[in-house]
Design a binder for this molecule. Structure first.
Ligand code: ADP
Ligand code: MG
Length: 237
């Protein structure tokens, strides 16, 4: 395949992208803890993907990001490694609720994300629970009760559990919306908004989307604060 074109759009108007940091071209440039670098090398990865190179330095500055990139571009580790680094620093008690919340459109995607947490988060001693519909709530609630640093969830099931008051978002300081355009296409916008309303406003929000239509731009402008916008490849609006 042709090399991906990397473009950082610094938009006009309110706040899009002041002082965008330079990308991390190599893994060593990231300054990630040695155990994380070791696991990355063990996976056989040679260099950061363009989305990782561009978004890691921004995420590590605790800034909001909206990243527009196609599937297969390495987005998952793009947000998970900054999440692990946050968790290594914050020492929240996972029994009191998650610190990181990842919303994804489907059960399949949510479990894939959990698999990446298990693979790359072990050295950071990160705990993770996955919540999705189409499966009984009981075992998920039981697992949640044991405590989780990271909750990966589909919006429908998470909103149900929230309405049952079975989850506390008071500690959430990183919110990730993965495949935001797909979540909106699936009609999850009301659930997403109810969930986000329960998260403390002093949080970092990272949004990933493959397309950039009006509806996604609207929710991005409602949920993100002064985001840096990163486009990998072309944007078809
Ligand atoms: P996306 O969410 O953008 O669709 P994924 O995060 O699922 O992409 O990554 C796609 C595949 O690429 C996964 O198998 C993942 O482990 C792998 N991957 C992630 N980062 C790298 C990298 N830096 N180099 C090589 N492969 C990578
Ligand atoms: Mg993905």
């Amino acid at each position: 395949p042709p090399p991906l074109k990397v473009v950082i759009l610094i938009s006009y108007g309110r706040g899009f992208g002041d002082n965008v940091p330079a990308p991390f071209i190599t893994f060593e440039a990231t300054g990630f803890p040695p155990e994380i670098l070791r696991d990355i090398h063990a996976a056989g990865f040679l260099s950061p993907t363009p989305i990782q190179a561009q978004t890691w330095p921004i995420a590590l500055q605790n800034r909001d990001t909206v990243a527009i990139a196609k599937t297969g571009s390495g987005k998952t580790l793009g947000y998970l490694i900054p999440a692990f680094i946050l968790l290594r620093q914050c020492h929240n008690n996972p029994q009191n609720g998650p610190t990181v919340l990842v919303l994804a459109p489907t059960r399949e995607l949510a479990t894939q994300i959990q698999d990446e947490v298990i693979k790359f988060g072990r050295s950071s001693r990160v705990s993770c629970t996955c919540l999705y519909g189409g499966a009984p709530k009981g075992p998920q609630l039981k697992e949640l009760d044991r405590g989780a640093d990271i909750v990966v969830a589909t919006p429908g099931r998470l909103n149900d559990i929230l309405e049952m008051k079975k989850i506390n978002f008071g500690q959430v300081s990183l919110l990730v919306l993965d495949e935001a355009d797909r979540m909106l296409d699936m009609g999850f916008e009301p659930q997403i908004r109810k969930i986000v309303n329960e998260i403390p406003p002093r949080r970092q929000t990272l949004m990933y989307t493959a397309t950039w239509p009006k509806e996604v731009r609207k929710i991005a402008s409602d949920l993100l604060v002064n985001p840096v916008q990163v486009n990998i490849g072309s944007v078809d609006e």
